[in-house]
Write a protein that binds this ligand. Sequence first.
Ligand SMILES: *[C@@H]1O[C@H](CO)[C@@H](O)[C@H](O)[C@H]1NC(C)=O
Length: 264
Amino acid sequence: MAQFHPLLGLCVLITMTISHLGCVTAVAYRAPAVYRPSPWTLAHATFYGDESAASTMGGSCGYGNVVTNGYGTNTAALSSAIYNNGFACGQCFQIRCVQSPWCSKSIATITATNLCPPNWSQNSNNGGWCNPPRTHFDMAKPAFEQIAQWKAGIVPVMYRRVSCVRKGGIRFSFQGNGYWLLVYVMNVGGAGDISQMWVKGTKTAWIKMSHNWGASYQAFATLKGQALSFRITSYTTKQTIVANNVAPANWNLGLTYQANVNFH
Ligand SMILES: *[C@@H]1O[C@H](CO)[C@@H](O)[C@H](O)[C@H]1NC(C)=O
């Protein structure tokens, strides 16, 4: 039988009327940090590939088949100025076309799944759209067609970071060998990004993983035969969550395991 806690009661009241910030420590209840959208900012967008979005598969973030891995065709390759060496992988953006007769009124929500590399043989203002310091989204064609007609080629856009809405927990896709575990992290909600990651076997302490490429992290350790847990820190919010026993002791390379936790 739960007893009424006056402080908790007060907290609930304040939560409903003002905000939950003041009450967090008082009742040892931590409200999940929710990623808040950034302000709208000017950039440009182009598209790559065709309607099938086949060319968006196997992008620099390491998500492989972005459709079967849940990102669909609403994806984009980011210029290096915002790709941030792969730390922007998994971030979500709303993009809308502005200042062009080819604009439609709708907003596309995309996930960063790829790098749009610089091309120094092209001028930054004439074809070298992804050259630093330009902020540029090279969108999958189906996503671009939500905001503008494809014949526009390039359009000015307003964009903002938004929270990534994902179904279910974070997914961990295993590669490597007996002494090296390489994990591709997918389906990350909230800010969508990762700054640090640790792995723990049932017989080990927490082992800090290093960033490999895109959204993949590695540990040089022998973890075979141990159930694995992961600890992940969000790049943007710095929030850390623990996913306990994500992979059972008989885990295998080439398989993907889903946690029952996620960021929001
Ligand atoms: C870079 O631009 C040049 C000139 O337009 C083009 O021929 C070349 O294919 C481009 N390179 C890449 C990697 O896209």
